[in-house]
Design a protein around this ligand. Structure first.
Ligand SMILES: CC(C)(COP(=O)(O)OP(=O)(O)OC[C@H]1O[C@@H](n2cnc3c(N)ncnc32)[C@H](O)[C@@H]1OP(=O)(O)O)[C@@H](O)C(=O)NCCC(=O)NCCS
Length: 208
């Protein structure tokens, strides 16, 4: 299966006020300061936040993701809540022969605990199967990253086991849980959250 050109301007609705906007190089000006403000927290689990992560590197990174969004070899989007950038989600490099990929994500601190990422993931998994025609989607989470592990669990992914010392986090190895969903197992409507949860997706301006 060869990747095909995608509509990179397509905004994908997630829930009331929450949208996925495919990244462009122009997002660097907003994304860089948000990552800077969250650097210490994100460094605990993300391996790409070394001290040399500059605005220039961020622009280059976004330019590459923008191109890959266009040619369909991966998908990276800004998550916006009431228009405000609050995090990002990616369907990493797609293996076209085996029709698989994995999802990565992060949220700024003030937007945690609302279900934004679980809902964003649900939409990206559906994209993976419907738009990219994948067969298998993985989410790999370090042991100890309880918030991240809770996401594939909430969405009904299977816990397939542990990859020992599979990721280097600056000064130590971490084991990774492998969670996976297959195309014929995916029933997104069954994983829709109950109403009271959706009501938790409040205006971010009202959050500390
Ligand atoms: C991983 C990460 C994105 C998870 O964020 P999160 O806010 O816990 O996840 P969600 O947005 O799905 O929110 C889930 C919470 O909202 C609640 N919630 C409210 N409304 C909800 C809804 N509609 N749907 C689902 N959950 C909802 C859930 O009960 C849960 O509550 P809890 O925190 O009390 O358990 C965030 O912690 C992060 O950015 N961490 C650093 C980077 C990282 O670790 N990335 C992953 C590397 S593998």
């Amino acid at each position: 299966m060869e990747p095909t050109a995608k509509d990179t301007s397509r905004i994908i609705p997630v829930a009331a006020g929450i949208e996925l906007h495919p990244v462009t190089q122009g997002d660097a000006g907003e994304m860089y300061p948000l990552i800077e403000a969250n650097r210490q927290r994100l460094r605990e689990w993300l391996p790409w936040l070394d001290t040399n992560y500059s605005m220039h590197e961020m622009r280059q990174y976004l330019l590459e993701r923008e191109w890959e969004n266009h040619n369909g070899s991966s998908f990276t989007a800004c998550i916006r809540a009431s228009g405000q950038l609050c995090g990002a989600i990616s369907l990493h490099t797609i293996d076209p022969r085996h029709r698989n990929s994995s999802i990565g994500y992060w949220l700024a601190a003030g937007f945690q605990g609302l279900g934004i990422m679980t809902q964003a993931c649900r939409v990206v998994v559906t994209e993976a199967f419907d738009t990219y025609k994948l067969h298998r989607v993985e989410i790999r989470c370090a042991t100890g990253n309880a918030r991240s592990i809770a996401i594939p669990r909430r969405l009904g992914f299977s816990d397939e086991g542990l990859l020992r010392e599979a990721e280097w986090l600056y000064d130590h190895w971490v084991d990774l849980h492998v969670f996976a969903m297959l195309e014929h197992e995916w029933h997104p409507l069954e994983t829709l959250p109950k109403e009271p949860h959706t009501a938790g997706l409040v205006d971010p301006d009202q959050r500390a």
